[in-house]
Write a protein that binds this ligand. Structure first.
Ligand code: BGC
Length: 395
């Protein structure tokens, strides 16, 4: 038996040696192929050979196999909105082109799902975590786990709140998004020349999403002077963000609120002239509500939006939605790939804002991409010529 074990261990040693040579060759090829990728942490995979699992004295070899592949785990909120699907596809493709292994998951807009998803990602030994939170303040414990495991965390598009476990933030300039929407309403109603008064109703996004505050503030800083002057009138009187917000960015909730506003404040024949909608999912519900109430092309209010989702761009072409702010997911994904490549290479990570985004615990170094205004006059250039949509997709 002893002799047999010795022979076995010699065979295993030889096999191991051969394996490491192959691994070395592979590593060189991989390094050549994608010069960029560098490991930051050693990954150890344990391979057990169950010769005799019941025998505690069995000298089962447990070779450490070096795996140099960089693993990116991505947790996104939902597949329901087109933009998150685009974000996921884009990032996955690009990371894979870089030679990274990608674990992309969607959390079905369910906070508990996202928490356990992130915990599993950490347990599985990812090298970097990318998270677009459903509820920015609900992931503290899961993110602590990542921090304790030395895993850098990128807050993707939405800030992760009340935690020091977030390393970088990559997003669009969210305040500017709101500003663009507010300025559009001012220009379209010609508020610097006209006295009005014009009827405006205001919507805000999910209060659990820190971006909502920025969109709201950016827009209201532009609109408030005209409200104060009386050129813009909010018949409902609802101007507080917590009165006008829409949980989970739900289209149906926005539609119900618009229905209620029309019933309660516009049943006397007064018309709504403009609706501030922070994004496209809300704009869809608001548009459907107005269409059901009988508004048509002749008196359709100005409605703002954000994301340039396909259904909304079609509404822009049909004359129902007035504009959208394009958060080009290609730019955001590219920026995230650059950020993570820099992390992987232990290079300086590109950021362009180190003051704006305090999450309640730390100010997170951020990269803010530039949002782009889109409407009927420039959508061909911004969305079709740039290759984001084909003409056929929008017809
Ligand atoms: C994003 C928007 C998006 C909204 C709903 C926000 O955090 O910045 O682009 O429309 O979430 O998903």
């Amino acid at each position: 038996m002893k002799v047999f074990k010795r022979v076995l261990s010699v065979i295993l040693m030889a096999a191991l040696l051969a394996f490491s040579c192959v691994a070395c060759t592979k590593e060189t090829e991989a390094t050549k192929k994608r010069k960029k990728v560098k490991k930051t942490k050693e990954k150890i995979t344990t391979t057990e050979t169950p010769d005799d699992p019941d025998d505690p004295d069995d000298p089962t070899p447990t070779p450490d196999v070096f795996d140099d592949t960089f693993r990116v785990a991505i947790s996104l909120p939902t597949k329901d909105l087109q933009r998150w699907l685009d974000d996921g596809t884009r990032m996955k493709t690009q990371f894979e082109e870089e030679g990274y292994i990608v674990d992309l998951q969607y959390a079905d807009n369910n906070v508990a799902t996202q928490v356990s998803q992130i915990e599993l990602m950490v347990d599985s030994g990812c090298d970097v975590l990318v998270v677009a939170a459903i509820d920015g303040g609900a992931l503290r414990d899961a993110l602590d786990k990542a921090k304790n495991a030395n895993i850098p965390v990128i807050a993707y598009d939405r800030m992760l709140m009340d935690t020091d476990a977030v390393t970088f933030f990559v997003t669009f300039d969210n305040y500017v998004v709101g500003q663009i929407q507010g300025e559009f309403i001012v220009q379209r109603l010609n508020l610097d020349a006209e006295d009005g008064p014009f009827n405006l109703e205001i919507f805000a996004g999910d209060p659990a999403d820190n971006n909502s505050m920025f969109f709201f503030q950016g827009a209201m800083d532009v609109l408030n002077p005209y409200i104060d002057e009386g050129k813009l009138v909010i018949r409902s009187g609802q101007t507080d963000i917590y009165d006008v917000c829409v949980a989970a960015w739900k289209t149906s909730t926005a539609q119900n609120r618009m229905d209620a506003l029309l019933d309660s404040y516009y049943s006397d024949g007064e018309k709504v002239d403009a609706v501030l909608s922070p994004n496209d999912s809300l704009a869809l519900g608001i548009t459907d509500s107005l269409l059901s109430a009988g508004y048509d092309e002749d008196d359709f209010p100005i409605i703002t939006g954000q994301d340039c989702d396909m259904a909304n761009v079609k509404n822009i072409i049909a004359g129902y939605q007035s504009m959208s702010v394009f958060r080009d997911t290609r730019i955001l994904a590219d920026q995230t790939v650059d950020m993570i490549t820099a992390i992987a290479e232990q290079q300086t990570v590109p950021v362009n804002d180190t003051v704006t985004y305090n999450n309640g615990v730390i100010t997170v170094p951020s990269y803010l991409c530039v949002p782009i205004f889109a409407d009927i006059n420039n959508y061909i250039n911004v969305l079709i010529d740039s290759g984001f949509y084909t003409e056929a997709e929008l017809s």
